[in-house]
Ligand binder design. Structure first.
Ligand SMILES: C[S@@+](CC[C@H](N)C(=O)[O-])C[C@H]1O[C@@H](n2cnc3c(N)ncnc32)[C@H](O)[C@@H]1O
Length: 265
């Protein structure tokens, strides 16, 4: 087995190709955001993301219970055809942004996660397999940015974060910590692997939720960045109580009308 690039009580990072490292690991849940078609040209794997993703799926360790794939709302879901049909489909999850942005004519409203495998354990607070998370606090913090003068800054994405540091997160496609934390909370029991780790968002979310995790990343500078984020984060022992996973109250505009209708009827 290849030596870890980094290891602490909660997280282990391997620097290398996930197609070689993943088969040597064990986990219950994979949560990942693979290099997708038309991703930033600087991201490794951009030459043939379909093949890369399909090859990763082929080497998922036996015994893995769930595979959660996060994509942007403009990513072609046919990309998921690399997932063997033996994986049962669970559901789609909508990972909205409180503040959408534009990408050309497209109103960029959020990300989407596709969940495959067997449902997670039935535990208190997670009886319902929910499907919607809205990121609020990190909209500003996770603006995609390729600024490289990040040394000495803070990238943990916590509420009291220095905006400037996170805005300069030197990875072209970091996902929002709030969304990823929600996925970890919803779908994993004790352990998570992210074979396309990037800046380490999944590992950071897992650590904040007291889950152990493993990340694999082919680019060393992103491994270094993930280590930095993990080592700057402070263990949060009560993430739910402290509002880490708290969701804003969503107003469904027609609810009261429907109730009225029911009453009248
Ligand atoms: C879309 S990014 C993931 C971003 C991540 N979710 C985050 O929040 O930072 C995909 C990552 O996969 C990495 N990658 C590409 N090919 C890989 C491979 N064969 N093995 C491991 N990592 C790979 C890229 O370097 C990139 O950082």
């Amino acid at each position: 087995m290849i030596k870890p690039y980094y290891q602490d009580e909660w997280a282990t990072i391997y620097h290398g190709d996930c197609r070689e490292i993943l088969p040597q690991l064990e986990t219950e849940t994979i949560i990942t955001d693979p290099t997708w078609p038309d991703a930033d040209a600087k991201i490794p794997g951009q030459e043939n993301p379909y093949q890369l993703f399909a090859e990763m799926c082929q080497v998922i360790p036996a015994g893995t219970q769930r595979l959660i794939v996060q994509l942007g709302c403009d990513s072609d879901p046919r990309f998921l055809s690399g997932i063997p049909s033996s994986w049962p489909f669970l559901r789609v999850c909508w990972l909205d942004y409180a503040l959408p942005s534009y990408k050309g004519r497209l109103l960029y409203t959020g990300d989407v996660a596709y969940a495959f495998g067997v449902p997670p354990a039935y535990i208190s607070g997670r009886q319902v397999m929910s499907g919607m998370c809205r990121s609020t606090k990190s909209d500003k913090l996770f603006v995609r940015h390729t600024h490289s003068s990040w040394k000495g800054k803070c990238f943990t994405g916590k509420d009291d974060e220095d905006d400037d540091g996170v805005n300069n997160l030197p990875h072209p496609t970091p996902r929002r910590l709030q969304h990823v934390a929600w996925l970890v909370h919803q779908f994993s029991d004790n352990h998570v692997v992210d074979p396309f780790m990037g800046s380490g968002t999944t590992l950071l979310a897992a650590k904040n939720l007291n889950r152990k995790s493993i990340g694999i990343e082919i680019k060393e500078e992103y491994c270094e960045l993930a280590v930095k984020r993990l080592s700057q984060s402070v263990m949060d022992l009560t993430p739910v109580e402290k509002g880490y996973l708290k969701q804003p109250k969503i107003q469904y505009p027609f609810t009261s009308d429907i109730l009225e209708t029911v009453k009248i009827g």
